[in-house]
Design a protein around this ligand. Structure first.
Ligand SMILES: C[S@@+](CC[C@H](N)C(=O)[O-])C[C@H]1O[C@@H](n2cnc3c(N)ncnc32)[C@H](O)[C@@H]1O
Length: 204
């Protein structure tokens, strides 16, 4: 509950471009989804979508099956009102409590996984990726890099290199690509991110 309160408060009190993670265009996410989706009917899930413009861009690219998950109803409501589009599915949930009815072709997470800091919850997140990404599906994940910030939005985070992420997901996911990217915040500072793409190869 504390987590939810925190995020609802952030979205109630800050402008859309008043948060460090704001992007006018989520360029890396769009390019990776374009590169690794198979058709525009792919089932795409965005974990911790916030008020991001990713869904707007995916709709423009004609993607038809987009599920947006966030712990904050406030964030989901803003995207819902902004886009008013029936092909979007909204789920208000802590990712760690997700119960989905189908598997996905693309699981996208920018700047959410790094807030999960305890071992048991990290294992739970990985098991959810394993359960809800179909074999052959892609996991596209962006976290703070090893030289990234130590906190975000006042919360502790965990930083990851490509090697760290490879190691975490190695049991059921094959590494496809990874890179570091500097994100320019609206406050003219920079944050170092690691982006990785994995393919689900088995469900042990
Ligand atoms: C740093 S923001 C990133 C938002 C968006 N992905 C982007 O790139 O603009 C983190 C988002 O994750 C959501 N979030 C944080 N913890 C979460 C959790 N355990 N389950 C679901 N959403 C969560 C927050 O409400 C917030 O919208």
């Amino acid at each position: 509950m504390e987590k939810k309160k925190h995020w609802e408060n952030i979205y109630q009190t800050k402008n859309i471009d008043g948060v460090s993670w704001y992007q006018e265009t989520p360029y890396e996410s769009i390019e990776l989804i374009k590169k690794f989706s198979i058709t525009d009917s792919d089932m795409i899930i965005d974990i911790g979508c916030g008020k991001s413009f990713l869904a707007d861009n995916l709709l423009k690219l004609n993607y038809k099956n987009i599920t947006l998950v966030d712990i904050s109803l406030n964030a989901l409501k803003e995207v819902k009102d902004r886009l008013n589009n029936k092909s979007l599915n909204f789920i208000e949930s802590d990712v760690l409590n997700l119960k989905l009815e189908q598997t996905f072709d693309i699981w996208h997470d920018r700047a959410v996984f790094h807030f999960i800091t305890n071992k048991k919850s990290i294992e739970k997140y990985i098991s959810l990726c394993n359960e809800y990404i179909g074999v052959g599906g892609k996991l596209i994940i962006g976290t703070f890099a090893e030289d990234g910030p130590l906190k975000c939005s006042g919360l502790e985070i965990k930083r990851y290199s490509t090697e760290n992420l490879k190691d975490l997901f190695k049991e059921n996911f094959e590494f496809i690509e990874g890179f570091r990217k500097l994100h320019c915040t609206p406050f003219d500072t920079q944050q170092s991110f690691t982006f990785c793409v994995f393919r689900k190869v088995s469900s042990r």
